[in-house]
Design a protein around this ligand. Sequence first.
Ligand code: 13P
Length: 328
Amino acid sequence: MITESDLDPALDWRAEIERLRLQKNAVILAHYYQDGPLQDLADFVGDSLDLSRRAAETKADVIVFCGVRFMGEVAKILSPDRLVLVPDLDAGCSLEEACRPEYFKKFRDKHPDHLAVTYINCSADVKALSDIIVTSSNAESIINQLPADQPILFAPDHHLGSFIKRRTGRDNMVLWPGACIIHEQFSEQALKTLKSLHPDAKVAAHPECPEGILLYADYVGSTRGILQYVTESPEQTFIIATEPHIIHQMEKRTPGKTFIPAPGADGSCTCAICPHMAKNTLAKLYLCLVNENPRIEIAEDVRTRAMIPLQRMLEMSTAIPKARHAAG
Ligand code: 13P
């Protein structure tokens, strides 16, 4: 196994990754929260729903997932015959950590009449205990497809759950008390100050943000939704309340517009960088292709149970158009 210390610092990463991608018939998928150079190398960059769709449909032998571990797991659940590689197996998610399967099972057992609608940011084990998986781009539409009197358990993000509750008017939703460390740290006071300095700026926010931040938003949506909003809007300046690496795609698609990361409590934006996504680097991407490791492996009984709510999600998302764009 080659390690980072064996690497020649003069290596042309882009050329080497390109060579290995062709040699192994690999597809590289990346989330918008990845570092710009990783996004630029990917065959497809997207939000959680589009990446799940790509992973389910790919003809490649190898899927390399530049994102966090649960995203790689989704690819393996939907495409079990593919080799699924991730640059760093330790790239986790605070929402996943906030929802351990043993506690989630107890939560379910306490509410036997409720349907478990679970956000995709969770482990394969939690998916295996769920009825339907949702992402931030299809949660509202999927919940609207359920009978109005159906009681629902929503886990693990209570900010997204509250947002969906407000949007759908469903009072019969019980929320798991989890939150994303990145979206929770945005400061309402600092955002107010920033807005007063940029009165023309529009605020685009991810629904994982607390309600106090969403109250200031001109647009609330998934990463893909936010990207589409700033691209299509005639406005020129935007405050972005989500992980700031998405600004890389915004600047590529709409050069000339201004994107300001929403501030944290100390008035800066560096605390909004996801420490898990940041674990992935070009060197680790290269090494995972060379070594065919780290691999995502899931026990078959967990995988088959987790596949059912994920497939239900894909079936219930047909009204949501697929992303038109690939990387670049
Ligand atoms: P989407 O890309 O589906 O909006 O989800 C991003 C995410 O995981 C936020 O933490």
